[in-house]
Design a protein around this ligand. Structure first.
Ligand code: R5P
Length: 343
């Protein structure tokens, strides 16, 4: 069967599985303690950085597409008895990346991996976590079912759009947060400013307040409605932002509409500067362009989703989640608590 190469991640066929950090006290004498990190094609740069923080290479896998457009996957090394982690953000093209993830999990299961953890820095379909009208699917639940059915034993994710998504999986979910890292960024660069930390909608108040507890300042909340999908309309806001630098804290930027609407409201209420921190930079459509044109001076996002090729922005900066994900993987592998990373 002919296949067109789409992405080949990791190393060549035949590489030996590396033994990683065997600790007889944790693992018991003689117990196999091998782990491997594999990557789908969604974000190989992040996967490589994670592997490098762990002091290892990526596992070898062929991830490509047949001429008939079906996804083709082959694991290119022995994973029998290995503790395996598959890094794959289900970002655009969302359905394709989900399929890659499912096939990689299936291949690893059938190749007798001891445990398969799906590391999904950005979980697509998360905004469809409930029915907002009759006769709609609950897509985030269906995707969770698919991942479980494919054979994942455990999930690692960052800032799931709604905490309820954790409960869609009947397997352990380590739900990491980007707040500590993004708050550190703001702290280190804007500590001399009077800040107001802003939730751009009622659903994000807990996230924004957590951020405020880390960097200080006032809390403000914007009330938003969506007259139609992908359109954000700001209604009102509570909180005093006059004379302050407003920091909008959100889980994602999709069209950018939420950010821009909130930013305009904040400036009209006297904020002297507006900055945004959002974990997942989806940046759909012309989001980058409208951010560039907006009154927002800086947008801090993370590398859960790679910045599209050719995206040039003077305002958008990415902070890396690789050290956090690597540490979570290290702890999971050694059966050490991961919850300390949430705080
Ligand atoms: C909304 O519930 C989310 O937290 C984000 O505010 C939203 O998804 C951003 O979408 P957009 O950039 O399209 O306004």
């Amino acid at each position: 069967m002919a296949a067109t190469a789409r992405a080949v991640v990791g190393h060549d066929v035949g590489a030996e599985t590396v033994a990683f950090g065997h600790d007889p006290e944790v693992d018991g004498p003689g117990m196999k303690n091998e782990m491997l990190v594999f990557s789908g094609s969604a974000n190989p740069a992040l996967a490589r950085e994670i592997a490098s923080h762990l002091g290892m290479r990526l596992g070898g896998a062929l991830v490509s597409t047949f001429k008939n457009e079906e996804t083709r996957v082959r694991i290119e090394e022995n994973v029998r008895g290995v503790d395996v982690f598959v890094v794959q953000s289900t970002c655009s093209p969302v359905d394709h990346h989900i399929m890659e993830l499912l096939l990689m999990i299936d291949a690893l299961r059938r190749a007798s991996a001891r445990r398969v953890t799906a590391v999904i820095p950005y979980y697509g379909y998360a905004k469809q976590e409930k029915k907002s009208a009759g006769r709609e699917p609950i897509s985030a639940k269906l995707v969770a079912n698919l991942i479980r059915t494919a054979g994942a034993d455990r999930i690692v994710a960052i800032d799931l759009h709604a905490p309820a998504i954790e409960g869609f999986f009947d397997i352990p979910v380590d739900h990491l947060r980007a707040n500590p890292i993004m708050a550190q960024y703001i702290e280190s660069r804007y500590r001399d400013r009077e800040l107001a930390i802003v939730s751009p909608d009622s659903g994000g108040v807990a996230r924004a307040n957590d951020f405020r507890l880390r960097v200080g300042g006032h809390l403000a909340i914007v009330a938003k409605q969506r007259p139609q999908p992908d359109v954000a309309e700001v209604l009102e806001m509570v909180g005093d932002v006059r004379g302050r630098t407003a920091v909008i804290v959100d889980d994602m930027i999709s069209t950018g509409g939420t950010l821009i609407e909130a930013a305009d409201m904040l400036r009209s209420r006297g904020a002297v500067d507006v900055i945004a921190c959002a974990t997942h930079g989806i940046l759909a459509g012309n989001a980058v362009e409208i951010i560039e044109r907006s009154c927002i001076s800086r947008v801090v996002t993370t590398d859960t989703i790679p910045l599209g090729a050719g995206v040039h922005s003077s305002k958008i900066v990415q902070v890396s989640m690789a050290p956090l994900l690597a540490e979570a993987i290290r702890r999971i592998h050694h059966h050490i608590s991961v919850s300390a990373l949430f705080t």
